[in-house]
Design a protein. Sequence first.
Length: 74
Amino acid sequence: MRGSTSSGALAANIEITSVTVQRGDVIQIGGQPCRVADLVQLPAGAKRLFFETGEALTMHAQSRFVALRMMRKW
């Protein structure tokens, strides 16, 4: 799904892994949208995601999520 915002950015649903997750990605957990504020590399390809709400989630190397990512329009 892609949509346009008033700032000229595109919002797209993409599949993310611990390798491709980025700050700003919005992951829906338990019906609540959570925006990634920071992330830390862990052993074995895992990453710890810290959300704007103060919560944390460990994403293992095999984890796959669908996230909303804002993409700049060129």
